[in-house]
Design a protein around this ligand. Structure first.
Ligand code: PMP
Length: 313
């Protein structure tokens, strides 16, 4: 679509830019249609399901999500004419609910903050006739997309002769870390994979579940994908939520990148990896979603004094 005319916004998914910030290669996945990295798995999983005959005209797609996959699937459903039911916990940003609704989806809010109750509900409905549940936390199609599409795209964008030494990524489903990591292993068998999680909810490392500000990762359990592929992952590191939000603000103010907290957290973690491992030079991370999804929670300047012609100095 970049160089031609199309009749579908789904053709504009992918081919996102990559920037080098603080010596880290940052893939700008927030620039995908629907505002996140999840546009890729949404398109990929739905088209695989169509090819396999699991999803047909008149069916309803149902998925549990903390929001971005719901937004992305809602966009895909709108383009392809499916009904969409997004099942998500209460306590996610209001924009995520609004965006899915804007795409014509129905949104069921169930449970609080963590996705487990939503997951059980989506699974139950997914077994009913006329429903299809992509199951992003379990599905190998999620991993497959990242291995065959996003991963190779990143490798193509790296400077001539550069192979990644490390990939640093927050874990929601684990699909990005594992799938992109598999693609990287094909060009560098020694590439190190680092899973990032919020220090307030260190589930992989300590089995702890807590509330945090990095929406989209650490959903309250260790997902099936991560469990199945855990052997590929070398290390886990934690980032404090407040620091992630601060870094998110810095990325907007100093780099013009309007991204969400997980992007800030990924960059903090990537810098830590470079600083603590002198042998690791080429580090890749992702900026997963757009700041527009957090305006009410983190950017709305309600308390600031309104600037007028009279009080401007
Ligand atoms: N950051 C954000 C903002 C996300 O929405 C997600 C996915 N939920 C991730 C990171 C993690 O991606 P993955 O599910 O592939 O682990």
């Amino acid at each position: 679509m970049k160089s031609g005319l199309s009749n579908s916004i789904l053709d504009a998914i992918g081919d996102t830019p990559m920037l080098e910030i603080d010596g880290v290669y940052c893939k700008l996945e927030y620039l995908n249609p629907s505002g996140s990295v999840k546009a890729r798995i949404a398109k990929y999983m739905i088209e695989r399901a169509e090819d396999e005959g699991l999803l047909k005209h008149g069916d309803t797609i149902v998925e549990a999500t903390s929001g971005n996959t719901g937004n992305a699937l809602s966009m895909v459903a709108a383009v392809k004419g499916y009904r969409m039911l997004v099942v998500m916990p209460e306590g996610m940003s209001g924009e995520r609910v609004a965006i899915s609704r804007a795409f014509g989806a129905e949104v069921m809010e169930i449970g609080h903050f963590h996705v487990d109750e939503a997951l059980a509900k989506a699974k139950e409905l997914g077994n009913e006739p006329g429903y299809f549940c992509p199951s992003q936390f379990e599905s190998e199609w999620n991993v497959e997309e990242n291995r065959t599409w996003l991963g190779p795209e990143i490798l193509d964008q790296l400077p001539e002769g550069v192979v990644p030494d490390a990939l640093v990524m927050g874990v929601g489903t684990g699909g990005t870390l594992v799938g992109v990591g598999q693609a990287f292993r094909e060009v560098n068998p020694d590439v190190r994979l680092f899973a990032m999680e919020p220090s307030e909810s260190s589930t992989i490392l300590c089995g702890e579940v807590g509330e945090h500000l990095i929406e989209g990762i650490a959903d309250g359990f260790v997902p099936g994908i991560f469990q199945r592929h855990q052997k590929l992952v070398n290390d886990t590191l934690a980032v404090d939520s407040e620091e992630a939000v601060g870094e998110m603000r810095r990325l907007a103010k100093h780099h013009g990148l309007f991204v969400g907290p997980s992007s800030g957290a990924n960059l903090i973690a990537a810098r830590k990896v470079r600083e603590s491992h002198p042998e690791i030079v080429h580090v890749v991370t992702l900026f997963c979603d757009e700041g527009e999804k957090y305006i009410q929670d983190h950017f709305a300047a309600r308390d600031e004094v309104k600037l007028t012609a009279e009080n401007y100095t």
